[in-house]
Design a binder for this molecule. Sequence first.
Ligand SMILES: [Fe+2]
Length: 219
Amino acid sequence: MTAPSPTRRRTLQAAAAAAAWIAAPLPAQPRRTPLPAMTEGPFYPPRAWRSPQDDWDADLTRVRRGARVLVARGEALGLDLALVDTGGRAIDGADVEIWQCDVLAAYRHPDVDAAPGRFDPGFQGFGAARTDAQGGVRLRTIRPVPYPGRTPHIHVKLRHASFGEWTSQLFVDGDPGNARDFVWRSLQTEAQAAAAMRLQPAAADGLRWQVRHAVVVPA
Ligand SMILES: [Fe+2]
């Protein structure tokens, strides 16, 4: 068999890069407890601060810098969220924003030291997407890491005419740091379950982990 031509090879590489991972199934038993409301905390990047030249899309693991693309350090996580209300109805057309720190525990925020070496320039830090007709949204990020005083978590802000604005955090189910985390400990058991993502090992699309999590909002 002959080797693919350079053009064919580029096409194959492009196809592999674009290949989407298969979403994990949602639990058979639908959840009805809403994701607990939480404050946005000190690191929500203000809209006015987000430079239009920057890349704020749904892939937090790649950052465009002119002609260059920087790639995030850390373990790539495919994040499928399914937005439903407490009545089980899918919420389409909702804005979903996530933000989290990079592997060096640095958030993208005007108050955070962005000196070279203090943060990962390949991690976007913040990303956004809009839910489809089934209430689904797909983002690509890194598995959240702990930072001083906090267990791993991903901040999330949701907007839709049906419920307004809803701000919360997603945790990693079974993380040993959860039991020491003041936010996690403040939640009732049902609310903890609503906020705990069950990560699964992933093999496709360069991912190390993937998760599909039902995000329940008030009806
Ligand atoms: Fe945080």
